[in-house]
Design a binder for this molecule. Structure first.
Ligand SMILES: Nc1ncnc2c1ncn2[C@@H]1O[C@H](COP(=O)(O)OP(=O)(O)OP(=O)(O)O)[C@@H](O)[C@H]1O
Ligand SMILES: [Mg+2]
Length: 238
């Protein structure tokens, strides 16, 4: 589903170059549920942006569903994202002039595959599923951080993407709301076969995914699969 090969990203920094990701390689099969962890500044958000085709690597390749993203022009990459990818930004990136429901409808309207009325219904349903039934007509600045985060999640789900990238999707949520979002992600993964790659600082959430890739200073330092028993607790194996 997703193959990263030798991904390197550097930025000019004064007279030198700052390498924020170095030679990152891994494969994510279709239907997997993977977490990426690591300290602040280790390159997690940068990696997610490269994997989703939002950003281009300095060196290396990303193959998404058989397509080499490096071979596509920006508009073709944008089209591919629209068709196959959901993305939840760490900073939400909601459109401030649109209501919660209108924000969630945006990907559907861009895809142009459903009527305006169906788009509205689907957006309202999803907002209810993330616990925001009473906030559909609020603008982002009228929503709390955690509420904005849930709108961003609903927006990323709405097109039923083949692959969902989520940068700290529970970062601003209380325990109960976070739990609801995790269950929603698990449901999407199990029932719809959606491949999920999420970034988290929450060790308990990482342990509930199938596999954890750990970054340190832009390098993969650990890649473990979790074995879950029937009760849902996890033991890690290399
Ligand atoms: N456009 C840029 N120009 C220069 N340096 C950048 C740029 N974007 C990111 N960096 C640097 O790359 C490093 C990795 O950033 P990144 O946002 O990927 O970290 P992160 O692991 O997501 O951290 P956090 O957990 O705090 O979100 C940081 O040190 C950051 O300063
Ligand atoms: Mg980040």
């Amino acid at each position: 589903m997703l193959v990263a090969r030798g991904l390197t990203k550097d930025y000019p920094s004064g007279t030198q170059r700052l390498t924020v990701l170095q030679d990152v390689s891994f494969e994510v099969p279709a239907g997997a549920f993977v977490s990426i962890v690591g300290p602040s500044g280790s390159g997690k958000t940068t990696l997610l942006g490269l994997l989703a085709g939002l950003d281009t690597p300095s060196r290396g390749t990303v193959t998404l569903d058989g397509v080499d993203l490096g071979s596509l022009a920006e508009d073709a990459r944008a089209r591919l994202r629209g068709e196959k990818v959901g993305f939840v930004f760490q900073s939400f990136q909601l459109i401030p002039t649109l209501t919660a429901q209108e924000n969630v409808q945006v990907p559907l309207e861009l895809a142009g595959t459903v009527s305006a009325r169906d788009a509205a219904t689907r957006a309202a349903d999803l907002l209810a599923r993330v616990g925001l039934a009473g906030r559909t007509h609020h603008f982002p600045q009228q929503l709390s951080g955690g509420e904005q985060q849930r709108v961003a999640l609903a927006r990323a789900f709405v097109n039923e993407p083949r692959i969902l990238f989520a940068d700290e999707p529970t970062g601003n949520l209380d325990g109960t709301t976070g739990e609801r979002i995790v269950e929603l992600l698990q449901q999407l993964n199990r029932e719809r076969g959606c491949t999920i790659v999420l970034v988290t600082h929450d060790a308990a959430l990482a342990a509930r995914t199938q596999r954890t890739i750990r970054l340190r200073d832009g390098v993969v330092v650990e890649d473990v699969h979790h074995v879950h028993d029937a009760a849902g607790s996890a033991a890690a194996t290399a």
